[in-house]
Design a protein around this ligand. Structure first.
Ligand code: HEC
Ligand SMILES: [Cu+2]
Length: 470
């Protein structure tokens, strides 16, 4: 009997050992992510099996002083983190779409060789995770971005970042590395107009940017947020351009790039460059030695973008003066002749008191619409053919408003026909309370040529309860 027990014990430990070894064999090196302007660490390891976990998340944040925006992000920030891997790495990529997301997202990494750069394999609904694998065949500095329809809108809302595939052994050592991404934003209001600004599809299509920024917002890397270097140090910038539209004439006021890796390729192919062109969906690596103290100013030298739309970032250089290299009146104050944020007319706040009049309910409904629905159904309720159905003059909407209330509460998927056009997409459920739903439905059923009575919050509550009991 004792022997028998011993055997079982032995067998289990052997089994456990095998199981353990199996699990270990599956363990991959987790790739650390670094958030701009931090560029992470140079890699000295040899290529191997690695794992990347990246989260997509929709967050409301600062676009400029007093201006908020609903950003769609990788990693909760614009740009998304820089991902550093080694040429030859076999990457298992996990894209996690946060459960609070309203949209599905995916990722197209320009470093991937294969259809869509991973896009089709990574389409991920809110609260889900997708996994796919690729081998990093070619060293270089690559853009990644969301490629979910409507692609332009996902990119315009902030979904891009850089992946650096380092050659084995790394790039030549420098003293400091920084990570900077330029991009353009399109808002309903003009530059500086306060409040939560919805995305403007029209301006984006016309390529009329209201904001051109480095690292996701006006002033993200100026003043106290500027990065620092010391006289005599060498600096390397990993510069990306997320677009969605504009090409950057990237320049650093007060410096000459000693070396440029044009277009983010791996060949240091140019010396002594003043401005380098960075295409939308492209990148560049620039290096320079800082010789004198002061503030270096990164700009898009399409210069109205710098002084009127936000395309300014700073490197503060500390150390001893070198009057041979540069002697002159130096001020560490900022080169912003036209001011940081030119304020346009302020929109009056339209906070309403309870109980609300008919008109107040419609205004509140409009605000809710612009914040929660317009990203998909568009500012004028016109929708996007084949993707987001229209609400303006929608036969489907007006035929059954109780059904519409149910759609806002529970979301909708599957095929529907709106004004003769087929839609088969997903609308996520909207987290709104009964009175907000009553008002937003009141607005959409009375705007753009629609006409109907207003539903009350208790009526919405009744519909919500009846949906639950089914
Ligand atoms: C993430 C994008 C998205 C958001 C945000 C969104 N919708 Fe939708 N909506 C859709 C899609 C997609 C459909 C069609 C779903 C299908 O094909 O089954 C739809 C369908 C509808 C419909 C029925 C079709 C029609 O045209 O009449 C109504 C009504 C509607 N949405 C109202 C709203 C309201 C009100 C809000 C804001 C509170 C909102 N939606 C927010 C994507 C969205
Ligand atoms: Cu996306």
């Amino acid at each position: 009997m004792k022997n028998y027990l011993k055997r079982i014990l032995l067998l289990t430990s052997v089994l456990l050992f095998i199981f353990d070894a199996g699990v270990l064999a599956e363990q991959r090196l987790q790739v650390p992510l670094a958030y701009a302007p931090d560029a992470g660490k140079t890699l000295t390891r040899s290529p191997g099996k690695v794992r990347v976990d990246l989260e997509t998340k929709e967050v409301t944040g600062r676009l400029a002083d007093g201006v908020e925006y609903n950003f769609w992000t990788f990693g909760g920030t614009v740009p998304g983190p820089i991902i550093r891997i080694v040429e030859g790495d076999e990457v298992e990529f996990h894209l996690n779409n946060h459960s609070s997301s309203k949209m599905p997202h995916n990722i197209d990494l320009h470093a991937v060789t294969g259809p869509g750069g991973g896009a089709a394999a990574s389409l991920t609904a809110p609260g889900h995770t997708s996994t796919f694998s690729f081998k990093a065949l070619s060293a270089g500095l690559y853009v990644y971005h969301c490629a979910t329809a409507p692609v332009g809108m996902h990119i315009a809302n902030g979904m891009y970042g850089l992946i650096l595939v380092e050659p084995e052994g790394g790039l030549p050592p420098v003293d400091r590395e920084f990570y900077v991404v330029q991009s353009d934003f399109y808002t309903k209001g003009k530059y500086g107009q306060e409040g939560l600004q919805p995305f403007s599809m029209e301006k984006a299509i016309d390529e009329h940017a209201d904001y051109v920024v480095f690292n996701g917002s006006v002033g993200a890397m100026v003043g106290d947020n500027a990065v620092r270097a010391k006289v005599g140090e060498t600096v390397r910038l990993f510069i990306g351009n997320g677009g969605p539209n504009l090409v950057s004439s990237f320049h650093v006021i007060g410096e000459i790039f000693d070396t440029v890796y044009t277009e983010g390729g791996i060949l240091p192919n140019q010396k002594n460059v003043q401005s380098t062109l960075i295409p939308a969906g492209g990148s560049a690596i620039v290096e320079f030695k800082v010789e004198v103290p002061g503030t270096l100013i990164l700009v898009d030298h399409s210069i109205f973008r710098a002084f009127n739309k936000g395309a300014i970032a700073m490197i503060k250089v500390e150390g001893e003066d070198n009057s041979t290299v540069y002697s002159g009146k130096q001020a560490d104050t900022i080169y912003l002749p036209e001011g940081g944020a030119i304020q346009e007319v302020l929109v009056a706040s339209e906070e309403s008191l309870t109980p609300m009049s008919h008109q107040e309910r419609l205004s509140r409904g409009q605000r809710l619409y612009e914040q929660n629905c317009a990203a998909c159904h568009q500012m004028e309720g016109q929708g996007i053919v084949g993707v987001f159905p229209p609400l303006a003059s929608s036969d489907y909407l007006m035929e059954d408003l109780e059904r519409a209330i149910g759609i806002v509460i529970n979301g909708l998927e599957g095929e529907i026909i709106v004004n003769g056009e087929r839609y088969n997409n997903i609308m996520p459920s909207q987290r709104l309370n009964d009175s907000d739903i009553a008002n937003v439905i009141g607005y959409i059923s009375n705007a753009w040529g629609n006409e109907s009575r207003l539903y009350s919050a208790p009526e919405v509550a009744t519909i919500r309860a009846s949906l639950k009991s089914h």
